[in-house]
Design a protein around this ligand. Sequence first.
Ligand SMILES: Cc1ncc(COP(=O)(O)O)c(C=O)c1O
Length: 409
Amino acid sequence: MERVVATRTSAVQGAMVPFMSFLREVEAAEAERGPRLSNLAFGNPQDLPMRGYVDALQHAAEPEHKDWFAYTLSDPGAQRVVAESLRAELGLPFDPEDIAMTSGAFGALAAALLAIVDPGDEVVMNLPPWFFYEAMIVSVGGVPVKVTVDRETLDLDLGAIEAAMTPRTRAIIVNTPNNPTGRVYPPETLERLATILAAASERNGRPIWLISDEPYRKLRFYGAPFTSPLSLYPYAMMIYSYGKILLTPGQRMGYLALPPTLPERRVVRDAIMTVQVAGGWLFPNALLQHAIAELEPMTIDLSELARKRDHLVTALREIGYEVHAPEGTFYLLPRSPWADDHAFTRVLIEHDILSMPGAVMEFPGFFRLSLTASETMIDRSLPGFAAAFAHATTHPAPVSATATVGVSR
Ligand SMILES: Cc1ncc(COP(=O)(O)O)c(C=O)c1O
């Protein structure tokens, strides 16, 4: 029987091939090497959750009225907490009604794309991207247009973005602080981007949306300054998740915020609410929304994260790796000593280190490490990083090891 699933679903699956084949490799490595494997591949917690987080959920579990666990859209109390917090953090007068509470950044991105993308509309995404942008764009009938960041500075390539604008351009996704580069885009870059988008919108006779994916916004090192694109461009949507700052990605809460400068806020906010319902209830569970006043100010230990960053960056550089110290997020993106990053990450696995090849993120020649690994894991991985580097700098990359990760698209 042919076509048991929709054509579009096959296209979405196609977009997820690199990530899914990487997951299979991870499972194989875990099965083969067992608990001695240090997992630096994913931004998952490797320690128990914060006690304060558990307490907040326990407090929120105590019902205060009969509707406590009734169907809950964006809870007005939660919207107020977020708007006030954003006002204090970014100095922008957000309207609580312009905050849509979502099932994490995933839910916010889905709602944003569902609300603004028509079939055939182009959505620009920067490489290296977060792995699911392409699949999510394709799933709403959009056409991903890929622009690679500057490989030296890891900043947005504004010339390439400008060249990518066409009459079908509907949106651009910008992720700052960036997963996986760790870059926080400077205000000058974002100002010039806003000018490019405004000019292209004018030419097209309809707005080009800037989807500002900011789930790592509060994960910045040593007070690195942050500019939200929402302060510079009105047709913008902010995407946020609590899963990063609280390191609880399995508890799904985030939001989509519209800037106070957006001209048609009422229309857009209604559209977002509608697609959240029709898209499959893209709201956080009531429990998490009740807990938000306690969760909003909470963060994982940022000084511990900075210690891990400094320790790993220094150690890798001493070994000989080229690595940029990230300004934000919990990722490092060292250059692979072999051009074939996938072959190199296999050598790391032989030394009990799991990392993510740049090939999975369409950014060959690099590999990603996550600082959510415990200090013990990081310490015990250092001799392996040294041995793998020594191997790679004294041997050519094996030809046969290249890409089962599907990077040929
Ligand atoms: C850049 C980026 N956007 C969105 C998400 C999705 O976040 P969440 O799973 O908390 O919804 C992630 C998670 O890894 C991410 O790195």
